[in-house]
Each structure stands twice: as structure tokens, then as C-alpha cells.
Design a protein around this ligand. Structure first.
Ligand SMILES: [Zn+2]
Length: 300
């Protein structure tokens, strides 16, 4: 989901500024300009655990508060230099399984997190215990929505669908954690999207489904694995050996990872405080119970 109205509001400001610049004889045609440094600050994230309206979500609400999940994301996102404050929210969405960035808030529905838990494997898969398999998709959804926030709030230009941008942003960031954590996060997120993809492929495809702003579940599954394999072909070699990622795609993945890394470094890194990022990278964020060794079990 996107915060189109926010983008339009800021788009109007940018257009007005460009009009003033051209009136004053200043040409900015063709140049991408960063937002003025004076308007940018670190530590711009707040959080809110919204009381669930559906009593079914109360144990989840209590568990998330106990885990301090939003406090952790608040700290993790603190190096981002933003011109506005952003709220991290978990809340009930009247039965709709969703997560979105809207009105300067990253909002993840209890219904979405509930759905993730229902999809969790019943036994160990690819070396991940059922509990550990939940961590990847949970981190992934917050990062995906943060990807929307980054391009919309910072007015970062991009080609293609914003949903794809948010997916690649999330995959790239997942891969920046310590290598064994990165592997378990990517495999957890891939387990969920692989299951969603096979459920979806089993249905008769309707033409209009292909018009969605998101990639198809199977495409999103392959793109994440491709980013991972492109990042480190030893760490993720087994996803190709076991046939989860076809060779035909795998051979291009190094290039695919690198093009995204180049874009991240050129467009987003200037908005990240380097010292704060260093301390975030040094921190161990997760307590996985499974070993990170390449697994030989099935993903399905
Ligand atoms: Zn999205």
C-alpha cells in the first residue's frame, strides 16, 4: 500500500519550489536534489500499540508489547534522517489482513501478524524452527512499509512500481544483518511467500489479478531469493541447488543485487547517519533458536 496523498501533497510543494526557482532564473531541470540537510533529523520514529477492538487479538497485542517489538524498530530506524516524525503502529483493521504506510505512519494490522502466525510451518523447515520462521516475515513487513516511507517522505525518484521498490528495499536491508541472521530472516520470509505463491498458483488465474500494484506472490518469492543469492552465492547456494531458485534466474542475480545496492547507496545512504548505522549494525537483534547451517529440508 502507498500513501499517495502524502506524496501528492509533497509533490505540490516541490512543483511550487521548482516554479519559484525557474522564475528566479535558477535551473534545476534534470537534477535530483536531496531534501535540505537542515530539515533532516535522526530519531524521528514514534510508536503506538493500539488497543485491539477484536478480543481475539488481545494475546497478540500483549505479546508484541512484551517483546517490545515497536521499541526495537524505533531504535533500528533511528539512523534515518527524516524531515517529519513517523509513527510505527500495530492495530486492528476490522478483519482485513493488511499493512500500509499512510499519513506518516507505518501501520501493521493484527490481522496480518495473525495470518503470518497461521502460515508458520508446523515443524522445522530449512533449518528453521516454527518460532524462528515467524521472525523473517515480521521484520520483512515493517521493512517493506519503511521502504514506502523512505521513497515517499524523502521524495526519492524511482522507475517501476513502488511496491517492487519497497520489496527490494526490504530484501536489501534484511541482507545487511549479520550473515547467519540474514540467512534465517530471508528463509523465514521466503517460507511464507513460497507458501502463499503455491496456494495462489493452485487457483485458476484471473487476468485482473495480474493488474495488481504488487508483483505476484511467486515473483516476489523469486525476487527475494535472487537478491539473497546475488548477495552471497555460498550462503544461499542451497536455494539454487535444491531448485527453489531456477538457474535461469540465478545467473543474473549478482547483477540484480548490485544494481539495487548501487541505487541504495546513491539515493538512500545520504539520508542515513553513518555513526548511528554502525552501532545498529553491531547489535545482535535476534535470538534465533535454530542454527544458521544450510538446511536440507523442504521449503513447502
Ligand atoms: Zn507495499
Amino acid at each position: 500500500m502507498t500513501g499517495a496523498s502524502i506524496r501528492i501533497r509533497r509533490g505540490i510543494v516541490a512543483t511550487l519550489m521548482a516554479a519559484v526557482a525557474s522564475f528566479c532564473g535558477i535551473s534545476s531541470a534534470g537534477a535530483y536534489e536531496m531534501l535540505p540537510a537542515a530539515s533532516l533529523k535522526t530519531n524521528q520514529f514514534d510508536y503506538e500499540y493500539v488497543e485491539p477492538t477484536n478480543p481475539v487479538h488481545r494475546p497478540l497485542y500483549e505479546a508484541l508489547k512484551k517483546m517490545q517489538i515497536l521499541e526495537k524498530f524505533q531504535e533500528f530506524f533511528s539512523p534515518l534522517r527524516f524531515p517529519v516524525r513517523i509513527k510505527l503502529k500495530v492495530k486492528g483493521c476490522d478483519g482485513v489482513v493488511n499493512a500500509y504506510f499512510w499519513e506518516d505512519a507505518i501501520q501493521v494490522c493484527y490481522e496480518y501478524l495473525d495470518w503470518v502466525m497461521q502460515q508458520a510451518p508446523k515443524s522445522e523447515k530449512l533449518g528453521l524452527t516454527p518460532r524462528d520462521a515467524l521472525i523473517g516475515p515480521t521484520v520483512d513487513v515493517f521493512l517493506h512499509e519503511a521502504g514506502h516511507a523512505v521513497v515517499e517522505v524523502l521524495e526519492i525518484p524511482f522507475f517501476g512500481r513502488e511496491e517492487d521498490v519497497a520489496d527490494y528495499f526490504a530484501s536489501y536491508v534484511l541482507l545487511q544483518f549479520a550473515k547467519d541472521d540474514a540467512r534465517r530472516l530471508i528463509l523465514g520470509a521466503s517460507f511464507l511467500s513460497g507458501k502463499e505463491a503455491s496456494d495462489e498458483q493452485g487457483k485458476a488465474p484471473e487476468m485482473r489479478i495480474l493488474a495488481d500494484t504488487h508483483g505476484l506472490p511467486a515473483q516476489r518469492f523469486y525476487s527475494r531469493l535472487c537478491m539473497a543469492y546475488g548477495f552471497d552465492k555460498e550462503l544461499f547456494g542451497d536455494v539454487v541447488e535444491m531448485g527453489y531458485l531456477p538457474q535461469s534466474r540465478a545467473r543474473n542475480c549478482r547483477y540484480e543485487y548490485q544494481t539495487n545496492e548501487t541505487a541504495f547507496k546513491a539515493l538512500i545512504m545520504p539520508y542515513i547517519d553513518p555513526d548511528l548505522m554502525k552501532s545498529m549494525k553491531a547489535k545482535r537483534w535476534f535470538q534465533f533458536e535454530s542454527s544458521a547451517a544450510p538446511g536440507a529440508a523442504s521449503m513447502k
